[in-house]
Write a protein that binds this ligand. Structure first.
Ligand code: ADE
Length: 236
């Protein structure tokens, strides 16, 4: 997978994404991340990326032309048109299913980060394929949202996570929250690790984990529990 990010603050995205697991995946070539400074595509005589909104009002709006020129430059360098996503609180709220579908469907994704009061609406009409929100709250810009989106997408790509980091067991992947985890020591401040986990009996451990997943989903996320795939036997 290749992700291109268009932003006024490429360093912000680089810092967040080129560390740890995603940084390792970039080094190994499992994913490619490129960061594009929108200012480099402001070719009018004042080199402006933003301007005041028509009709008046507070703040500045990102101009359409630099965004279009940057996206078109990415398209021509790649020799294809990536799926173009705008990070916006007005978008579809991100979840694991959207990530799974997107990672399966697209090898090339371009993410646009907004700033100020947003972007010229005509960019959405003309170029953007999809708007994605990372939750019902407003950030000062799209960069943190883009990092969340890019990180969670990259970790779905085969080869990015090691076997130990595999995502098929974790919260949200199968519509349930993950079971509780413990590590050494087996007794900590008087609290014992559940006996079954020390038993070495793999089938019992698997059943216990599945039950714990169901129980904690019911307790912590009744909305997820309502639609989770759970057998009659397990409900009982
Ligand atoms: N930009 C500002 N707020 C945002 C949000 N909640 N999700 C995505 N992009 C944003």
């Amino acid at each position: 997978m290749r992700i291109d990010i268009i932003t006024l603050f490429p360093e912000m995205c680089r810092c967040a994404l080129l560390e740890s697991i995603i940084g390792r995946a970039v080094k190994s070539g499992a994913v490619t991340l490129e960061f594009h400074q929108l200012r480099d595509y402001a070719f009018d005589k004042h080199k402006r990326v933003d301007d005041t909104p028509y009709g008046g009002g507070m703040g500045m709006v990102l101009k359409a032309e630099p965004i279009a020129l940057c996206f078109e430059d990415i398209c021509s360098k790649l020799g294809l048109r990536p799926h173009f996503v705008y990070m916006s609180p007005q978008g579809r709220v991100l979840n694991q299913q959207i990530l799974k579908d997107t990672a399966e469907k697209y090898d090339n994704i371009c993410i646009l980060c907004g700033h100020y009061e947003g972007i010229d609406e005509r960019v959405l009409e003309e170029l953007v394929d999809e708007e994605i929100s990372i939750g019902d709250y407003v950030l000062t810009g799209g960069e943190l949202a883009a990092c969340v989106y890019a990180d969670s997408l990259c970790r779905m790509v085969p080869g990015v996570l090691s076997d130990e980091e595999c995502f098929t067991e974790e919260s949200h992947y199968n519509g349930l929250l993950e079971y509780p985890q413990y590590t050494k020591p087996s007794v900590w401040r008087g609290r014992e690790v559940p006996q079954v986990l020390l038993s070495g009996h793999h089938k019992n451990i698997e059943e216990w984990r599945r039950m714990q997943s169901i129980i904690r989903t019911r307790e912590k996320r009744p909305d997820m529990y309502k639609i989770a795939k759970i057998s009659e036997f397990e409900i009982e």
